[in-house]
Design a protein around this ligand. Structure first.
Ligand code: ATP
Length: 330
């Protein structure tokens, strides 16, 4: 293999630039010419493909997002546009492509692989950590740290003003970000789609705690539930405390990548390139039990992600803290 390319597809995450840096440096080390493809599959169709060297990746490791841009591409769903994209790759002599993205990007990668003899390596990259087959997706740690900083700051004002704050985290259909954020910031309430809940259980406990002196609450709720405003009203009406909502939104997607994400970017990319060199045609690099492995696109992009049971158990305890006499929310 002499020429390999990389692209970012779907939602951008912090750590993508570190991945690009490692991609260029490791490809050159392995005597290959690295290429960038801008704007994901859109750029593949429009031939925004160009060779790069050390200069293009100097100083980018500290930046969130991706310097080669990410995109979603409706055109790519049509075969004739994919044929055009493959023609462009062939014209450049590219034999392997690393795709940083989520489920959808891997499905696209599978189509390209089936329609050509070019090899593909997928790296799970989404802040939602909702990709099956891997315990970790690039960008999650940075997003969690941004959420942590936001919750810590909100706790300061909540405690100073005797208020309840309902903080909504991203995650689409998955409660991972909300759950881990609640556990690691000591929130009083955490609502996610994976754990059935009954607010009556919390009401009893919160009223008891309030009469014992608790003067503020921090609640974390996953965007998947669409319950943020309902919860604000619940705190005001049922618990009798002034309440505010904070929807964290896209702030969770940007920012200076953490050490962990920089290192994981390096490790994911190394395995992606090694996989291509070993002759793997369309594998996704997965991180499990402290190590990396290769999984088929079928096992990753066509399977539903489940939050590990051990984490869910910790989350379930939110509604049944010691001393609660109400029924368990689960
Ligand atoms: P995120 O987690 O940020 O949503 P994703 O990779 O799942 O990332 P999608 O928008 O689902 O994001 O997919 C990215 C792109 O992959 C799409 O815009 C489309 O071009 C391509 N893609 C998705 N599904 C398919 C498919 N079934 N066949 C071909 N291409 C696809």
């Amino acid at each position: 293999m002499k020429k390999i390319a990389i692209l970012c597809s779907g939602g951008d995450v912090s750590g993508m630039n570190a991945a690009l840096k490692r991609f260029v440096e490791y490809a050159l080390l392995k005597k290959m010419q690295p290429y960038f493809i801008e704007h994901g599959y859109e750029g593949m169709i429009d031939d925004h493909i160009y060779p790069v060297g050390y200069k293009e990746v100097a100083g980018i490791i500290t930046k969130g997002g991706t310097i080669i841009k990410s995109a979603r591409s409706k055109r790519f769903l049509e075969k004739h546009y994919r044929t055009q994209a493959l023609k462009n790759l062939k014209a450049h002599g590219i034999e392997g492509v690393v795709v940083l993205g989520g489920d959808g990007s891997f499905k696209g990668m599978q189509k390209l692989s089936q329609e050509s003899d070019i090899s593909f390596s997928g790296i799970p990259a989404t802040i939602d950590n909702d990709i099956a087959g891997t315990e970790y997706c690039l960008g999650v740690d940075t997003a969690l740290n941004i959420i942590k900083n936001a919750i810590d700051a909100i706790r300061d004002t909540a405690s100073s003003f005797d208020r309840a704050f309902v903080i909504e985290t991203m995650g689409r259909e998955c409660g991972y970000l909300a759950l881990v954020s609640a556990l690691t910031s000591g929130a009083e309430l955490c609502l996610i789609p994976e754990i059935p809940y009954d607010l009556h259980t919390y009401k009893e406990r919160f009223l008891r705690e309030k009469s014992a002196g608790r003067d503020y609450f921090v609640a974390i709720v996953s965007e998947a539930l669409d319950q943020t405003q309902t919860l604000v009203t619940w705190f005001e009406k049922e618990i009798g405390i002034e309440s505010r909502a904070t929807v964290l939104g896209h702030v969770q997607r940007g920012g200076n990548p953490t050490v962990y994400d920089r290192l994981m970017a390096y490790r994911f990319v190394t395995h992606a390139i090694d996989g291509l060199l070993e002759g793997r045609k369309d594998a996704v690099i997965c991180y499990n039990d402290g190590g990396f492995g290769y999984r088929s696109i079928e096992d990753v992009a066509f399977v539903d992600y489940m939050i590990p049971e051990e984490l869910l158990l910790l989350g379930k305890e939110y509604g049944i803290k010691e001393g609660t006499t109400g029924t368990s929310p689960v």
